[in-house]
Design a binder for this molecule. Structure first.
Ligand code: NAI
Length: 402
């Protein structure tokens, strides 16, 4: 259906409810161009990316497809256009990525559904068997607010809270660029367990078990899930909070997946990534102010990196030889956690207010990155031009995703 409209950002708090289809495609093209600047020696035949439509998962799929030269299957949960609503950014991103990959003759398909469900895992297995060579790389990059347990039907909702004590801190209201205080109550035991159930390692393990049992994994397969450590000032809400417990659970899942993959000579990793602006990170209290300060400091030092730069280094420099830290994790956050950077961020953290925000931090950079996630503010896109919003995402069976 032809539905040309002028698409403008509609921001509510840390959410943007519209997405620009042409802008999202330009954002994907920009990331592809970034990847193509490098001469790639490592390769892969097939990559499976769970959580493939935005943020780190999208960047991973772009690197696997246009850097490693892989065919790729992406799994995600996105929304098509309906009535007056645009589709979600991940929907448009995935259409754009698939189009570019097909221009190169690649097999590239997506599954739009609940990755936590048994049905989506089974559909993925069937599609891999029908259309793809055995999988060399499995990326697990979900960031989800809830999970329906596939065996019990129980609904778990993740929360972003401290554990054990109240936590008060500065934060940034990103839609108004106001620095204010936030007070967070500690999570209950039930909330901690629910967050671990959503964002911990159980589902990653279930994915790997399903793929191994179906015989769709290649010899030497590697799987990687993403984590974050960050500086002390975010630890009460991140590392030592509910999400941190889930990330510890992810670490604890690595040996179990390693055991599963041993007969194939395969290996599981957790990669610790840098803080970047994504739909997931903008929802975490305190973190947006930290990111706005961090970006300013890292840009001043020339060490700033975005999602695609991080994932390029992961696939080119860390994953091939399994370059890990003392805890067995692939580290991409070295420049973020550099002592000089963190001393400066901490110094500015103590001083920052709404009045000096632009002097000490990079709220404009944060805001631009946020809008770009939804396809707004990219060069060469006329924001006043009416564009088609109802774009179809092809299914492998000749129909389209609804
Ligand atoms: P994001 O919000 O950009 O992407 C989340 C992805 O999960 C999307 O593809 C979405 O469609 C998919 N998804 C959510 N629920 C789903 C469901 N039920 N079924 C299928 N797909 C579903 O998030 P981001 O930030 O890229 O996060 C990915 C991972 O990277 C997370 O584990 C996060 O903790 C980690 N990470 C993020 C950092 C950051 O600064 N953003 C830093 C370090 C790690």
């Amino acid at each position: 259906m032809d539905k040309r409209v002028v698409v403008v950002p509609k921001i509510r708090g840390f959410i943007c409810t519209t997405a620009h289809p042409v802008g999202c495609a330009a954002h994907v093209d920009e990331q592809i161009a970034h990847v193509r600047q490098r001469h790639w020696t490592a390769g892969a035949r097939t990559a499976l990316v769970v959580g493939a439509s935005t943020g780190y998962g999208l960047a991973s799929r772009i690197v696997a497809t246009f850097g490693l030269g892989a065919d790729s299957l992406g799994v995600f949960l996105e929304r098509p256009a309906k009535g007056d609503r645009t589709a979600s950014a991940g929907w448009y991103n995935s259409i754009a990525l698939e189009r570019r990959a097909r221009e190169l003759g690649r097999q590239v398909w997506s599954i739009n559904g609940d990755a936590f469900s048994q049905a989506v895992k089974m559909d993925t297995v069937a599609l891999l068997k029908a259309r793809f060579a055995p999988v060399d790389v499995v990326v697990y990059s979900l960031a989800a607010p809830q999970r329906i347990h596939p065996l019990t039907g129980e609904v778990f909702r993740s929360v972003l809270k401290p554990i054990g004590a109240n936590f008060s801190s500065k934060t940034l209201q990103t839609d108004r660029n106001v620095v204010c205080d936030v007070a967070l109550e500690p999570a209950t035991e039930q909330e901690i367990a629910a967050t671990v159930a959503v964002m911990g390692g159980e589902d990653w393990l279930l994915w790997m078990e399903a793929l191994a049992a179906a015989g769709v994994l290649a010899r030497g397969v590697k799987t990687v899930a993403y984590s974050y450590v960050g500086p002390r000032l975010t630890w009460p809400i991140y590392r030592d909070g509910t999400i941190g417990m889930a990330k510890k659970d992810l670490d604890g899942t690595v040996p179990r997946i390693d055991a599963l993959l041993r007969p194939l000579g395969g290996k599981a990793y957790v990669a610790v990534n840098k803080a970047v602006v994504t739909q997931a990170s903008s929802a975490i209290p305190v973190v947006p102010l930290y990111i706005a300060l961090l970006f300013k400091v890292m840009k001043e030092r020339g060490t700033h990196e975005t999602c695609i730069g991080q994932m390029e280094r992961l696939f080119a420099e860390k994953l091939p030889d399994g370059v890990v830290d003392g805890d067995g994790r692939l580290r991409l956050d070295g420049a973020e956690l550099d002592q000089g950077v963190q001393d400066e961020v901490l110094r500015r953290w103590q001083l920052v207010t709404t009045e000096n925000l632009w002097e000490l931090a990079d709220p404009d950079g944060y805001g631009k990155d946020f809008l770009r996630l939804f396809g707004f503010g990219l060069p060469g896109i006329d924001p006043l031009e009416a564009v088609e919003t109802d774009l179809p995402l092809q299914r492998w069976d000749g129909t389209v995703w609804q």
